[in-house]
Design a protein around this ligand. Sequence first.
Ligand code: BEZ
Length: 395
Amino acid sequence: MTTLFRPSRRRLLTGAGTLAAASAIPTGWAIAQAKPLKVGLMLPYSGTFAKLGENITLAVELLIAEKGGKLGGRDVQIIKLDDESKPEVGPQNAERLIKRDGADVVIGTVHSGVQMGIHKVVRETGTLCIIPNAGANAVTRELCAKNVFRTSFTNWQPGYGMGLALAKKGIKKAAWVTWDYAAGNESGAGFREGLETGGGKVVQELKLPFPQTNFQPLLAQIPGLDVEVVGAFFAGGGAVQFVKEYKAAGLKAPLTGSGFLTDGTLEAQGAAADGLETALHYGDGIDNPKNAAFRKAFKDKTQRDADVYAVQGYDAAQLLAIGLEAVKGNIEDEANLYKAMRAAKIDSPRGPLTLSASQETVHNIYLRRVENGQNKVVGIAAPNLADPGTGCKLA
Ligand code: BEZ
């Protein structure tokens, strides 16, 4: 059997395509190309991360619309699955999307725990996966895989950037507050590492299970810690509530952390977020033509303001488009598809975006301050920051 007529791994998984392969009629690739490319979006559309999943989806749809509804010359069919940010059903949801619904590529997800379930399944099936948010370090470190790319961040990156910025300001004593799961814990480890570069310390970590929001027992402990700042990881609905309750508690230590604390949340947080400084790979007012065009197009199409999640979704679709254009829509040509994706130079609203050898983002981590309802960029906490990719053998 020639490569040209090799039945796709995904069609084998679903059982379709067997007839064409068996009859050896030169229809395999031609038929596959005539069929729409199935892009599976496995994202949260309910719960505390619902808005994050929605904005990623809207931005993926925006990029596809800008490309005339085609990627690499192929029509695109989007299949959506609400993963509800539930890690316990992550693997079975990913299997449904790939094996039952026949997704050729998975764009997902937001929650680091759910990502580990997707990762297991895409590694087993060899399905292309582009991660548009979840920062779980392992997927581009010791568990990296040639079919897995990320256009968002590792949990380590923004935490480390914030810690570095505080170290430069001479901060010596901090606390870390978070949901107790990979995103919060790995961000906290990055924050600690950054702070330690200046001799600072995280003296206490305060945690509650995801997605609980009973913050009062944690907030009550902060005055007794006598810290100069409090770093935090929360996102979505949980971040809205945490920032409001922190402000209402009248605590003297300034609140800071990974920029998810104030991204996509400012309207709901109102004055409670004013003046907060955080670190992230995006800021509302980044001054480049791509950001201006993207923000306008996103607003025109969705009546929403763009945020970091929309940017990450748009870049996931941009990366997929670059790969598919290189292989003229033939997603089975994995060698050339992955080669083009690895070499991609993405014109991102965040600024130039490239991928490291572990297929992970290399980008600026900006220092931002909330002013007039925006995350205004006030500096660069860590320029061109690459994750260490520890344990990844992709070269
Ligand atoms: C995560 O679970 O990896 C995550 C969720 C929301 C924002 C950032 C990271």
